[in-house]
Ligand binder design. Structure first.
Ligand code: MN
Length: 442
């Protein structure tokens, strides 16, 4: 059995009319997206699963109790009725697809149940501004990979000028176990971390606030069905274990990192907080934006057989535009819009999501529903496509100049970072990820 990518279907039709009018104007959440999240409805109540549609959130519990869902989609909605989506993620692709199909239908002007759905009004689709969003899943484990090839070369060069890419890089999807407890939702302020650093000219280390606070532009991969301890996940089945994607800012303290990273890798430079966007963008929503994994440069080794699948190579990568925006306190005071400091794309990964997941489980390590895998920083090949300030400023040597004439090498207190992701293709309605933002506080 070989992996078959989710095909496009009637839920992707660009001509669909949605009775939630804002869906037609919303850059991220048209009816063709339908991402999954957890929210508290207006006026409070128990957190529950929802689907973003325009500037509203479809309440799955209300859809279920209103008799709008049946069969596998009703199973999916029941699994999404609690404060985390872990039970829904565990169900895998079939119920998730059924839910997408039925929710798409009931939101369509011409949908079979749209009359009944519309009659439920704001109870079914409350205004998102009046809801609060929560993390979509309880994250048991978080692993961060290093699959951005340009990032790996750029950073390797800064840390080891004569030896940027270690020989294992082209064989092993390199990663490390991160910390799940400090993953927070978009909007959570980031307290500047303190730690040990050793200035290059000092005899010994000092302890204090990080002075080289950085971002990492990444995509998060939400694990769907897990695997039992001792059982690997064949690459041909890996896509069925992926429930969706989000934006991930893996904040990093470069000065702490430089002093602590050898011999065991990242530790306190990385685990003080990571920020995710609230919505799980499903593989179904991203079906039109799948692309072939870019061919490896001439002379690079072919992946070992357990990481090789023809279909994954043909359609296992994603054409997702990624942006980093920065807004300083002064810019906000002067009413200046956030400045785009980088534009990259998810295609700049050396390994596919399926390869990362399969490699992770290849030793029998048990992934669990709701685990989060980070891709690693996704930098492009050019100056204006860097996924970290470390790269954009050449290790802090070449500052960025903001519209206020302020200079930035690393983040200052009051800076806000906004990550954005969006996908577009001729013949399809563009979809987006929603914001992943966070401001630095002392
Ligand atoms: Mn990272």
């Amino acid at each position: 059995m070989t992996f078959r990518p989710a095909a496009t279907d009637s839920t992707h039709e660009p001509t669909l009319r949605c009775w939630v009018e804002s869906a037609h104007r919303h850059p991220d959440f048209p009816i063709q997206n339908l991402p999954l999240g957890v929210f508290v409805p207006p006026g409070g109540g128990v957190p529950r699963g929802g689907i973003a549609i325009g500037d509203r959130i479809l309440d799955l519990a209300v859809a279920l109790s209103g008799g709008l869902l049946y069969g596998l989609a009703a199973d999916a909605a029941r699994a999404a009725s609690g404060p985390t989506l872990n039970p829904l993620l565990a169900l895998g692709p079939a119920p998730r697809r059924a839910l997408r199909e039925q929710v798409s239908s009931l939101l369509q002007v011409a949908g079979e149940q749209s009359g009944h759905a519309r009659s439920l009004g704001d109870r079914l689709v409350p205004d998102a501004k009046e809801c609060s969003l929560l993390l979509p899943a309880a994250i048991g484990d978080y692993t961060d990979f290093y699959a951005g090839i340009h990032h790996a070369v750029n950073v390797g060069r800064l840390f080891r000028p004569d030896n940027p890419l270690l020989p294992n890089y082209k064989y092993v999807p390199i990663g490390y176990h991160g910390r799940a407890s400090s993953i927070r939702l978009s909007g959570t302020p980031l307290k500047r971390p303190s730690g040990q650093t050793k200035p290059p000219d000092a005899d010994g280390p000092v302890f204090g606030p990080s002075r080289r606070l950085d971002i990492e532009l990444e995509i998060g991969i939400w694990v769907g069905p897990g695997n039992a301890l001792g059982n690997a996940v064949p690459i041909s089945e890996a896509h069925d274990h992926i429930a969706g994607f989000c934006l991930l800012n893996d904040w990093s303290a470069r000065d702490l990192q430089a002093w602590e990273y050898q011999p065991l890798g990242p530790f306190l430079a990385k685990n003080f907080m990571s920020t995710v966007s609230p919505w799980i963008i499903t593989p179904e929503a991203l079906a039109p934006f799948r692309v072939a994994q870019p061919a490896r440069p001439e002379g690079d080794p072919r992946p070992l057989p357990y990481l090789w699948d023809e279909t994954d190579q043909a359609a296992g990568a994603f054409d997702i535009n990624l942006e980093v925006l920065l807004s300083s306190e002064k810019m906000r005071e002067q009413g200046i819009a956030p400045m785009r400091i980088s534009a990259s794309n998810m295609r700049h990964l050396y390994w596919t999501a399926a390869q990362m997941l399969t490699h992770h489980a290849s030793n029998g390590c048990n992934l669990q529903s709701g685990d989060l895998l980070g891709t690693g920083t996704i930098s492009g090949p050019t100056r204006d496509s860097m996924g970290s300030l470390l790269e954009a400023t050449e290790g802090g040597k070449v500052p960025l100049v903001l519209p206020t004439a302020e200079k930035r090498t690393f983040l200052e207190n009051g800076d806000e970072i906004i990550l954005r992701g969006s996908a577009a293709r001729d013949g399809f309605v563009p979809i987006g990820f929603g914001d992943c933002r966070g401001s630095v506080v002392p």
